[in-house]
Design a protein around this ligand. Structure first.
Ligand SMILES: Cc1cc2nc3c(=O)[nH]c(=O)nc-3n(C[C@H](O)[C@H](O)[C@H](O)COP(=O)(O)OP(=O)(O)OC[C@H]3O[C@@H](n4cnc5c(N)ncnc54)[C@H](O)[C@@H]3O)c2cc1C
Length: 409
């Protein structure tokens, strides 16, 4: 490869990943520079499109940044980086407003802040979750994909799987460390293509697929983290895997998440084979019962499954009524029904499942990676701060360090 091919000033930014992180970055960058976005399978296959419950934001009159940060630290067992949690909480409302401006059809409440209906989930002191019924991620992903497809400076490459970053280290060049672009496998032509880039953004999502039970799509295999590690970036907190307490336990469906908003609205967890107070176990584990943070509920379910020798527990929403369940949880109601489970009439069998990769590439608040050796690469300076790249990682509140990353000089 010649130097010119590698360092051309006209090279695009290559964004690896077409979920919320990748598409948001691309849409913010494309007014300034050409952008190529890679997705290793179809563009629609991403954790983003599967997200159900909604997005946390400090929006309500009864809410505050301090309250959100307190809940985040509590859910993170005091290990949360407070500065990061505060930064995200402070910017959450603006990020949700941006999504509303893009046309995302969140569930509405004329009395609610920004006209949005806010729901509640475990670990939150107040209602602070903007949602689109129980298919929030799909509503967001479709709108952002459409916007990216329409943008003249964004090129979307489906079934292009990034296999490695092209670094001076990989090329065995003696100069100071840089990233020149990406090698990507074009799956349909079975050819590895060389993509020169003025900067590379890693937005490849998590790694849930290394576990037997996971809520994640098949794309979630930690590729970006591995590539960054090979390039010499620091990777951290990989021991922090969040388990979602309630994944459907079913032989034909291994990744159907049952949103915790169901517990937020009053569904109970029960041990199969027991009745009444003996069956409902969460009050024995935590004063907040089913509304305790995810890690507490997941550990309690695991404890009860081992104690009673059962393969799953029940999540019982039958007392919430068919009309309520159909209007608030239409997707889960329909998906379970298609598998023979009528959630208005029978409890749902659930198990904890690997859900969220808290760790990843260690970065600062602007997404700059921390390298064991000085890392990578941007041949043309970009004022990333002006472009608000932080928008890419405010989704959710599992704040330790941002794990969607980009490469800069
Ligand atoms: C079932 C489910 C429900 C969830 N519910 C919520 C919720 O209610 N609220 C909330 O805040 N969060 C929720 N989450 C978490 C949330 O969906 C994710 O944190 C968020 O969508 C991650 O976005 P992302 O863009 O980083 O990754 P993803 O959306 O997973 O996108 C990753 C992208 O990277 C691409 N990719 C991966 N490897 C490569 C490669 N080698 N080459 C090219 N492309 C590659 C994939 O093809 C994909 O396009 C949920 C997650 C799941 C799985």
């Amino acid at each position: 490869m010649t130097d010119d091919a590698l360092t051309g000033a006209d090279a695009p930014v290559v964004v690896i990943g077409a979920g919320l992180a990748g598409l948001t970055t691309a849409l913010h960058l494309a007014d300034h520079v050409p952008v190529v976005v890679l997705a290793k399978r179809s563009l629609s296959e991403a954790a983003t499109a599967w997200a159900q419950g909604g997005i946390v934001g400090v929006l309500g009159a009864d809410d505050s940044i301090d309250s959100h940060v307190r809940d985040t630290q509590d859910a993170g067992a005091g290990l949360v980086d407070e500065h990061t949690a505060r930064f995200i909480a402070e910017n959450s409302a603006q990020a949700i407003r941006w999504l509303v401006e893009q046309g995302v059809a969140f569930s509405e409440d004329p009395e609610g802040p920004l006209g949005l209906h806010l729901t509640k989930e475990g670990g939150h002191a107040v209602r602070r979750i903007a949602h689109a019924a129980d298919a929030t991620g799909l509503a967001i992903h479709q709108v952002l994909l459409q916007a990216a497809r329409r943008h003249p400076r964004i090129t979307l490459r489906e079934r292009w799987m990034a296999v490695d970053l092209i670094t001076s280290r990989l090329l065995k060049r003696s100069e100071s460390a840089r990233c020149y672009g990406v090698y990507a496998l074009d799956i349909d032509s079975d050819q590895v293509q060389t993509l020169p880039a003025r900067a590379v953004v890693l937005a490849t999502g998590g790694l849930g697929k290394v576990y037997r039970y996971t809520s994640n799509p098949d794309t979630a295999t930690g590729d970006g983290i591995a590539m960054a590690w090979r390039a010499g970036c620091r990777v951290g907190n990989m021991e922090f895997i969040q388990f979602h307490p309630t994944c459907l336990y079913h032989p034909q469906e291994r990744s159907l998440l049952i949103t915790e908003a169901l517990r937020g609205e009053g569904a109970h967890l029960r041990v199969p084979g027991l009745e009444g107070e003996a069956a409902r176990f969460m009050p024995r584990h935590d004063a907040r019962a089913e509304l305790a943070p995810r890690d507490i509920v997941a550990r309690a379910i695991d404890f009860e499954m081992k104690k009673h020798g059962v393969d799953h527990v029940w999540l019982d929403a039958t007392h919430l009524g068919e009309d309520f369940l159909k209007s608030h949880f239409p997707t889960i109601h329909a998906r379970c029904l298609s598998l023979g489970i009528d959630i208005a009439r029978q409890p749902i069998p659930v198990v904890p499942a690997a859900h969220y990769t808290c760790g990843g590439v260690v970065t600062d608040l602007q997404g700059t990676p921390s390298a064991k050796r000085p890392t990578p690469a941007c041949t043309v300076p970009i004022d990333w701060r002006a472009i608000h790249c932080w928008n890419v990682w405010w989704w959710g509140k599992r704040v330790r360090r941002p794990s969607a990353t980009r490469m800069l000089p």
